[in-house]
Write a protein that binds this ligand. Structure first.
Ligand code: SF4
Length: 245
């Protein structure tokens, strides 16, 4: 664990959306507030200083994710939330307990984004509104994109869009390779999985664009040298190599 810089803590698997590539399993614990704090302390003891609350959808967690972010700040962490942006409370862009929001943008093409992320009346407009609000308050953003056969051809267009948005507020852009796991990924693998070479070459093209923020190629998110995932299964903290699925 010595090289791990970022802990993704997953307090629940539940979500109010369905994305056709979703890598999350349905069957790990929705932890209590006290269990979530014990997870924070556990990763702190491992020397990790940077946490991302993920899931599932962390703002769908029934035990107050903002209170948990405040607790994480109190414990000295840099705090991020990885959210689909559909359940953010009023004034979220000004919350001092969240240092960065991790926001998913799959494509600069609204139809393609919405075809990957199902949400009543469309998810793209929710994300665009969120990005606008965060930029207005100079809140830092990490953008995440899951690269599938649906959006791979439009990645350079998305890069151009993000370059226009940036204005110094994008901390990084993560290009995740689709993984055939979880409640969406498993059932849609045949349709969505790009060949590794196609994914690698798309990422190289993006890196060659010399964007004004870091671009990370995440070929296997669950096998990273610097990021580890933590969730509870039957009350026991598990890392990604120990996940039951
Ligand atoms: S990928 Fe979609 S369905 Fe899965 S947790 Fe994120 S928002 Fe929810």
């Amino acid at each position: 664990m010595n090289d791990i810089k970022v802990a993704v803590i997953m307090p629940l698997s539940g979500c109010n959306m369905f994305c056709n590539f979703c890598v999350t399993d349905d069957d790990f614990d929705c932890v209590s507030f006290e269990q979530a704090v014990s997870m924070l302390k556990y990763v702190g003891e491992l020397g990790i200083k940077n946490v991302v609350f993920g899931g599932g959808e962390p703002f769908f967690w029934p035990h107050n994710i903002i209170r948990l972010c405040e607790k994480a700040k109190e414990l000295g962490f840099i705090v991020q939330t990885g959210t689909n942006a559909t359940k953010l409370p009023q004034g979220y862009e000004k919350l001092p307990c969240i240092d960065r929001f991790v926001i998913p943008v799959e494509s600069a093409d609204e139809k393609i984004h919405n075809s990957m992320r199902f949400f009543p009346n469309g998810h793209y407009s929710v994300v665009m509104d969120c990005l606008k609000r965060l930029r207005a308050k100079a809140k830092a953003v990490t953008v995440s994109t899951v690269v599938t056969n649906s959006n791979i051809a439009g990645l350079e267009g998305l890069a151009d869009f993000l370059r226009g948005y940036d204005d110094g507020h994008i901390h990084a852009w993560h290009l995740y390779r689709f993984i055939p796991k979880g409640r969406g990924g498993l059932m849609n693998a045949a349709e969505l999985a790009p060949a590794f070479d196609a994914y690698a070459s798309a990422c190289e093209n993006i890196k060659a664009m010399d964007l004004p923020f870091h671009v990370f190629k995440r070929a296997d998110m669950y096998n990273s040298k610097t990021v580890e995932f933590f969730r509870m299964e039957k009350g026991i903290i598990r890392t990604s190599a120990e996940f039951s699925k």
